[in-house]
Design a protein around this ligand. Structure first.
Ligand code: B16
Ligand code: MG
Length: 214
């Protein structure tokens, strides 16, 4: 019996990928190489420092640790200038309705995100009080596909993984959920997220009935 939903943030509840893209692209421009939206797909669900490593690999650059830390800090400041302006209008279609439906049916809700900015984003979207637990990039040491973020979410809710369903838009996130012994709903394309128990294009396609059939 499903008693809780654990949501990834970026790509599931909100689309921050375009802000990450602008900030990473500015860094690539400064370093003198091209960075495309297709390249940006590789950074989804990936931690900030791993994202920087991928970006530098694309540019064929190998930089010392201190320089990388300085670049990641600067990228984050640029990114934060966008998220600090976010409003609840940016919540993706159907997310609020589904969250309310879950609460009306006494299900618990947690966040399981790689982002260290997750709390800022939830606050800007006025969503913080809806969540019973928030596990973000500040609370985990192993990135997805390691299941740590979702296992910590289930633990914070006091539930076994088998009673939790994860919503994820990244392949590594789907793998993390399944590795943790949870059901997973992929948000996006079945070609990428085929391992999930169900794939829907967005939370606007979810309801409590589909959840109960998982
Ligand atoms: P930050 P999610 C992830 O969020 C993003 O998809 C990924 O692109 C980003 O690099 C990562 O958070 C870290 O974000 O720089 O804010 O700590 O999809 O796990 O909610
Ligand atoms: Mg995501």
């Amino acid at each position: 019996m499903i008693k809780a939903c654990i949501f990834d943030l970026d790509g599931v509840i909100v689309d921050t990928a375009r802000y990450h893209f602008i900030a990473w692209k500015a860094l690539a421009d400064e370093l003198g190489f091209d960075f495309t939206e297709k390249d940006n797909e590789r950074l989804k669900g990936v931690s900030r420092m791993t994202s920087l490593d991928i970006l530098l690999e694309i540019g064929g650059l190998d930089l010392p640790k201190e320089k990388k830390e300085e670049l990641a800090k600067r990228k984050n400041e640029h990114y934060r200038s966008f998220i600090l302006e976010m409003t609840p209008d940016e919540i993706l279609p159907g997310a609020m309705k589904f969250i309310k439906e879950l609460k009306d049916n006494d299900l618990k809700i947690a966040l399981g995100s790689a982002s260290k900015n997750a709390m800022t984003i939830l606050d800007r979207l006025e969503l913080t009080s809806w969540f019973d637990a928030v596990i973000d990039g500040t609370k985990v040491s192993n990135a997805k596909p390691d299941p740590e973020v979702f296992l910590k979410g289930a633990e914070a809710l006091n539930l076994p993984p088998s009673e939790c369903v994860v919503f994820e838009d990244a392949e590594a996130g789907v793998e993390a959920a399944l590795a943790g012994g949870m059901k997973c709903v992929g948000i996006g394309s079945p070609e990428v997220l085929g391992k999930a128990n169900l794939v829907v294009p967005g939370l606007h396609e979810m309801d409590i009935e589909k959840l109960s059939r998982l």
